[in-house]
Design a protein. Structure first.
Length: 67
């Protein structure tokens, strides 16, 4: 599955499993619009804030890569 970035989306990397907040208004996001997992151990989520019609992406690493 591939993720296409929306018009003015920002990429925000995080290592937390908490629900993210909108970078513009601070609202807590409840559910990702789309998610993708890759074999390198990353999950990318696309979030959309209903209040500001703003999309952003978070990326979470599930496990460290072997050296």
């Amino acid at each position: 599955m591939s993720i296409q970035f929306a018009g003015n989306a920002d990429v925000a990397a995080t290592q937390s499993f908490r629900r993210p907040r909108c970078p513009r208004c601070g609202s807590v996001m409840l559910m990702a619009e789309d998610s993708a997992f890759n074999l390198k151990g990353r999950i990318r989520n696309i979030w959309s804030c209903d209040d500001y019609d703003y999309e952003f992406i978070t990326s979470i690493r599930l496990w460290p890569l072997a050296a």
